[in-house]
Design a protein around this ligand. Structure first.
Ligand SMILES: Nc1ncnc2c1ncn2[C@@H]1O[C@H](COP(=O)(O)OP(=O)(O)OP(=O)(O)O)[C@@H](O)[C@H]1O
Ligand SMILES: [Mg+2]
Length: 253
């Protein structure tokens, strides 16, 4: 983990209509760390992830105050290219939605849109992304068969590989293991731990156990507020705030 800040969230509030979903969040996410955003339902976790690559722009009537910096640059700067931002900050949602096409085409889709057309270069990009997503060994002999025949865990890793093929800098993962069995979950967690060497990862974990297994640091969210942040060890073994402690020890959830 380096100490350089990759993402800086400053006094960031987000409103759907008049209802605040995030309230004056201040948070630094460092390069090459896995940062876990955790908390009960509707605490604002997904809203924060979506704000980090401005997917929230699509919500009618929504607005924000404060700002978010990526490498010290304001992501809400009107001069900034949204396409470029979304290439640098990739997001993977909880339900793996492989496209109804081959495994190869699922991964090649994004790079093709970005103008990579030579077969050799596409092959390399697809191979590299599938290796980084820890799926290569399982699919290398059937790259041209339908992705829909993969298991849930494999489809989830395929979706991660699809994003990795675009070579983002920050990877946002919203409960990437919901609905997966323990073995698939373990392989995704292993993948994440390996990926942080090259990426900054912001993870909404499936549960607290997962956060304590993979995260370097973590922040506890409740009703749109960041209650407490710290190293995962500190947060999960000795939280400072009573609300964090109640949640971590399972007193509410
Ligand atoms: N598109 C939307 N329009 C209006 N309100 C929304 C919208 N999306 C989310 N909200 C509201 O914002 C608040 C935060 O929701 P968000 O999805 O960010 O929470 P979450 O922590 O990800 O919850 P969960 O654990 O259930 O996924 C909730 O009160 C939710 O109802
Ligand atoms: Mg959510």
């Amino acid at each position: 983990m380096s100490l350089r800040n990759k993402v800086s969230i400053k006094e960031f509030s987000f409103y759907y209509g008049s209802v605040p979903a995030l309230k004056r969040i201040n948070l630094e996410i460092r390069a090459n760390e896995i940062f876990a955003i955790f908390g009960p339902a509707r605490s604002g976790k997904t809203t924060l992830l979506k704000s980090l690559n401005r997917l929230t722009d699509l919500v009618y009537g929504a607005r924000h105050t404060g700002t978010i910096l990526l490498d010290e640059k304001d992501i809400y700067d009107p001069k900034l290219s949204l396409t470029q931002l979304r290439r640098r900050v990739g997001i993977v949602f909880d339900l793996p939605i492989a496209l109804p096409m081959s495994i190869y085409e699922n991964v090649a889709y994004g790079p093709r849109l970005n103008g990579i057309t030579r077969k050799k270069q596409l092959d390399e990009t697809v191979g590299k992304a599938l290796r980084s997503g820890a799926l290569w060994e399982e699919v290398k002999d059937r790259l041209h068969t339908s992705a829909l025949r993969l298991s849930g865990g494999q489809q989830q890793r395929l979706c991660i590989a699809r994003i990795l093929a675009l070579e983002p800098e920050v990877l946002l993962l919203d409960e990437p293991c919901s609905g997966l069995d323990p073995i698939s979950t373990a392989s995704i967690e292993e993948t994440l731990t390996r990926l942080k060497k090259d990426y900054t990862i912001v993870l909404v974990p499936h549960n607290i156990q997962q956060a304590s297994r993979v995260a370097d640091r973590a922040g506890f969210f409740l009703n749109g507020e960041l209650i407490e942040e710290g190293t995962a060890y500190q947060i999960f073994t000795g939280p400072k705030e009573k609300q964090t402690e109640d949640y971590v020890t399972g007193r509410f959830g």
